[in-house]
Design a protein around this ligand. Structure first.
Ligand code: ATP
Ligand code: MG
Length: 292
């Protein structure tokens, strides 16, 4: 299957008409099992590592990958598998948890802005500034902790945040930072199964947090917030991909293919050697030959 097929199928391209229910969390594009997807994933990982080397050598583009999802949707394991072939020096993962006191003393984009990848690098945001229109929207008391002047907090605030995020991403893309956003779309039923597995498997107990079960009670509010978020922030320059997450093996394959597709659109190549550089190489070759 061509990577373009994955990109087209899961891209929330018609943002205005986006509805979450049009995207099936259990979709596998006809693939039947992990084994069936394994070869394709392996090839995808190799291609990704080749593109990453060129990205680094060329040193013009930066890649920002944003991952958002409900708990247990597989963000961590997607990062682990998809990036397994990439040189660790070329990739930085940043996880955003509850904001610190210092974070809350600043505007909402500041904590993430500091970690925007430099040219040549792939930066992965495990959660992101999008939490500001998700968890903060579902738990409005969190907004109070952000210490905004009261007259700036109105019903328009979410719309304003969408606008600010869009402008920020426009700015990034105009500066050579490619922004790719993934919503790992897990079903409520599959989340329950994974929570139960975490409870029943001693080696997975540590992953379990009582807070996850409490957040689950707000499932419908979260889904509404995700839908609104995608409707308002899936743009041509920084699209959202709604990736099925009920089968982890498929999530990994889809993210790898979409990422490969996007990187290939950049036509990355190794820097060309100019005449002076070629002269240097020649000199170096001679010097090495002369060594005893
Ligand atoms: P895992 O559970 O796989 O370790 P996680 O990303 O769920 O990873 P947790 O420590 O469980 O990590 O949760 C982090 C929490 O921080 C989430 O509930 C998230 O909603 C919250 N969070 C992240 N960013 C913000 C923000 N800007 N404002 C408020 N809460 C936030
Ligand atoms: Mg968690």
């Amino acid at each position: 299957m061509k990577d373009r097929k994955f990109a087209e199928r899961f891209c929330a391209a018609n943002a205005d008409r986006f509805r979450l229910k049009d995207f099936d969390p259990a979709d596998t594009m006809g693939l039947k099992s992990k084994e069936e997807a394994a070869d394709a994933l392996e090839r995808g990982i190799v291609r990704l590592s080749e593109s990453q080397e060129k990205l680094y050598a060329q040193d013009h583009w930066g890649i920002l990958l944003v991952l958002q999802a409900m708990d247990a949707a597989g963000k961590d394991s997607t990062i682990k598998h998809v990036m397994s072939g990439v040189n660790p020096q070329g990739c930085i993962v940043t996880s955003f948890k509850t904001p610190s006191v210092e974070d809350l003393n600043h505007d909402f984009l500041r904590r993430t802005m500091r970690f925007i990848p430099e040219r040549g690098m792939i930066g992965i945001f495990n959660r992101s500034y999008y939490e500001e229109v998700l968890v903060v929207r579902v738990h409005k008391e969190m907004l109070l902790r952000e210490k905004l002047p009261a007259k700036l907090v109105s019903d328009e605030i979410w719309q304003e945040r969408f606008e600010d995020i869009n402008s920020f991403e426009r700015y990034l893309t105009r500066n050579g930072i490619l922004v790719l956003k993934f919503f790992l779309n897990v079903s409520k039923k599959e989340q329950k199964r994974r929570f139960q597995e975490r409870l029943d498997t001693p080696d997975k107990n540590w992953k379990f947090s009582i807070n996850d079960v409490l957040e689950r009670q707000h499932w419908d509010q979260y889904m509404r917030a995700y839908e609104e978020m995608i409707r308002n922030t899936s743009t041509k320059y920084a699209p959202w991909y709604v990736v099925p997450a009920d089968h982890k093996w498929f999530t990994r394959l889809a993210v790898a293919e979409i990422l490969n597709h996007a990187l290939e659109q950049l036509n990355l190549s190794y820097p060309k050697m100019d005449a002076e550089k070629r002269k240097d190489l020649k000199k170096a070759r001679i010097a090495l030959k002369r060594e005893k």
